[in-house]
Design a protein around this ligand. Structure first.
Ligand code: ADP
Length: 297
């Protein structure tokens, strides 16, 4: 991987030792945050490019780290593939991330996709929760400083962090803080501990827009916000906004079952993403968040 490339041309030149140049570029829609393009090289092969403002380069560097961590598990295992990262850097006023292009197609099997996610969670393990570096969840920062207790981690670095951000932005009032405090104190009774005392590598932002099927029908993961945590947090997000295929959860459960009662815990994991949405997009999400807090407090 080429880090800190001085321009897109520089990256392509170094990747192919000057043998191939850029023949064509075409913008594609679909992303929330970045500008996406498909590049065609002189030999007709394709690369996928994401671009944004130059000051957002650390976001692409973090995405590269996350994709690489997932690729390390996917190589030689049955975990879902992720695009290989080729380069990131700054070109003029824009930062960029250059990666393998996934040739899009139709998913063959929802249950196979579920099994593949379970394989990622089983193969990528750590004694601690968190990750060696921080990253982003949408446009908000996601602190990953490591902690050994999942309950402390989820309370402090996930729910507590987003809650404080929301309160600083002016959402809610002090009676809401009391409910939140009560909820955080109850977490060890509400959520199971990490499996065998070991956390799983999570995609971290697994909504329906962050996977895609390739032309052979296999599901790939894209755009991660990785950290080590309880695997139920990933599974919960797949059920927050929809967009996952029939058979997905059953496939996951067939491969590596979770403890009974998941459906009652699901909203608690997703509270993190709902708070993040409140901080990014506003008060309707805040109202849902407070509803969940009161329910579990
Ligand atoms: P954003 O960071 O802006 O949300 P994404 O990484 O989610 O952008 O990508 C936007 C869209 O581009 C995706 O929904 C998907 O359709 C497509 N896409 C993303 N990565 C690739 C890739 N490596 N190859 C082909 N298409 C991709």
């Amino acid at each position: 991987m080429i880090e800190h490339a001085a321009s897109l041309e520089d990256a392509i030149e170094r990747l192919y030792d000057g043998r191939l140049g850029l023949r064509d570029r075409r913008s594609v829609g679909g992303g929330d945050i970045n500008i996406a393009s498909v590049l065609t090289l002189d030999d007709g092969s394709h690369l996928f490019l994401k671009e944004n403002r130059d000051d957002l380069m650390p976001m692409f560097a973090a995405e590269a780290v996350g994709l690489t961590a997932l690729a390390d598990i996917a190589d030689g295992s049955k975990a879902p593939p992720v695009p290989q990262v080729y380069a990131w850097g700054i070109d003029g006023r824009r930062s960029f991330l250059l990666m393998e292009m996934i040739s899009p197609g139709r998913l063959k099997s929802g249950s196979e996709f579920g099994r593949a996610l379970a394989n990622l969670h089983r193969e990528g393990r750590s004694d601690d929760c968190g990750f060696p570096s921080d990253n982003w969840i949408g446009l908000n920062s996601q602190p990953n400083q490591r902690m050994s207790s999942w309950h402390d981690y989820f309370a402090e670095r996930r729910l507590g962090y987003q809650w404080r951000m929301a309160r600083t932005k002016g959402f809610g009032q002090s009676s809401d803080d009391d409910a939140m405090e009560s909820l955080l104190n109850r977490l060890p009774g509400l959520l199971p501990d990490i499996d065998g005392g070991r956390a799983s590598l999570l995609h971290g932002d697994l909504w329906g827009g962050n996977w895609m099927a390739d032309s052979t029908g296999r599901a790939w993961l894209i755009d991660p916000a990785v950290y080590y945590g309880h695997r139920e947090a990933d599974l919960a997000m797949t059920e927050l906004f929809g967009g996952f295929p029939a058979g997905f959860r059953q496939g996951y459960m067939d491969e590596w079952p979770i403890e009974p009662g998941f459906t009652e815990r699901r909203d608690l994991y997703n509270l993190y993403h709902i708070l993040n949405h409140a901080n990014l997009f506003g008060s309707s999400y805040w109202n849902s968040a407070v509803g969940i807090v009161r329910r579990y407090a």
